[in-house]
Ligand binder design. Structure first.
Ligand SMILES: Cc1cc2nc3c(=O)[nH]c(=O)nc-3n(C[C@H](O)[C@H](O)[C@H](O)COP(=O)(O)OP(=O)(O)OC[C@H]3O[C@@H](n4cnc5c(N)ncnc54)[C@H](O)[C@@H]3O)c2cc1C
Length: 255
């Protein structure tokens, strides 16, 4: 019989592309408080931060400084910090920041995007590091020299990356995807390679599938945005899929 269908939570405070340092510092502080609160409970929860939320657009050094604070707090409380990936102009700075953090504390994960042509090389570069990697298809409009724009080609790249990640990653693989085909492939790869993996889905999307996977023993994480700065989140979800309007609206209203 399957275990109780319980999923863990990834908290993401809404907010991105700050042009001043103050809101970036304030969000870093809010994440530190949240990590310390989670550490005092038995909640199975972690956080996911966006580089531009921690000050990347102000100066990549501000992002690195704030990330160091957040990861330092996670280390104190045994927490986990995911780093979301934004558009391709931020990829190098985000990977560098991940590398330096994960070398001092393994409770850090990085998102990589299948639509970017560079990602297979990035995945190979990160394979020997601790920490986890989250594979996603990619949510940002990118230029064709940097990214595949054809959906079938992105799906093919995603499948190849999944195989590579399950073959090489000891730290653990996460799929940030609602795609039943990709989730089934991950389950098959897990049986073949034994690599730890988790499925991450947005709060409010395919919740029946989330429950069924969890009941079947798969580690399921719900990505739960919270806070008041919902406009960019809402816009990205609707651009991905117009049917997302309703769930995104529910997520931001309840958040
Ligand atoms: C937890 C999480 C974290 C993410 N983090 C990032 C990040 O840091 N950076 C980034 O660029 N992107 C991120 N994304 C977004 C990601 O890149 C995709 O844009 C988004 O997940 C849509 O792709 P998909 O694989 O879910 O499915 P799609 O390719 O959009 O759809 C494939 C199939 O999945 C199913 N499906 C998809 N959406 C729905 C839905 N709303 N309702 C019902 N069925 C659905 C359908 O069967 C559909 O045919 C994240 C996504 C998740 C879930």
């Amino acid at each position: 019989m399957g275990r109780a269908a319980v999923f863990a939570t990834i908290f993401n405070r809404l907010g991105e592309h700050y042009e001043a340092r103050e809101p970036a510092d304030a969000d870093a502080e809010a994440y530190c408080e949240l990590l310390s609160t989670i550490g005092d409970t038995d909640l199975d929860a972690c956080v996911s931060v966006k580089p531009s939320q921690l000050g990347f657009d102000v100066d990549p050094a501000v992002f690195r400084e704030n990330l160091t604070r957040v990861v330092g707090t996670a280390a104190e409380h045994g927490g986990f910090v995911w780093i979301d990936m934004e558009d391709h102009t931020t990829t190098d700075g985000t990977i560098d920041a991940f590398e330096s953090q994960v070398r001092r504390y393994p409770g850090v994960g990085l998102c990589l995007q299948a639509n970017l042509k560079r990602t297979p090389a990035d995945l190979a570069r990160l394979a020997d590091l601790p920490g986890k990697v989250r594979l996603v298809k990619g949510a940002y409009d990118e230029p064709p020299d940097a990214a595949y724009t054809d959906k079938a080609r992105i799906d093919e790249a995603f499948r190849d990356l999944l195989v590579g990640a399950f073959e090489r990653f000891d730290g653990g693989v996460a799929l940030g995807s609602h795609d039943p085909e990709m989730i089934e492939l991950a389950r098959t790869l897990h049986r073949e390679y034994g690599t730890d993996y988790e499925v991450q889905m947005l709060m409010g999307v395919r919740e029946d599938a989330q429950r069924a996977l969890a009941a079947d023993g798969v580690a399921v994480y719900q990505y739960a945005p919270y806070g008041t700065r919902w406009l960019s989140y809402f816009y990205r979800r609707v651009m991905e899929r117009k049917e997302n309007a309703l769930f995104a609206l529910r997520a931001v209203i309840s958040g």
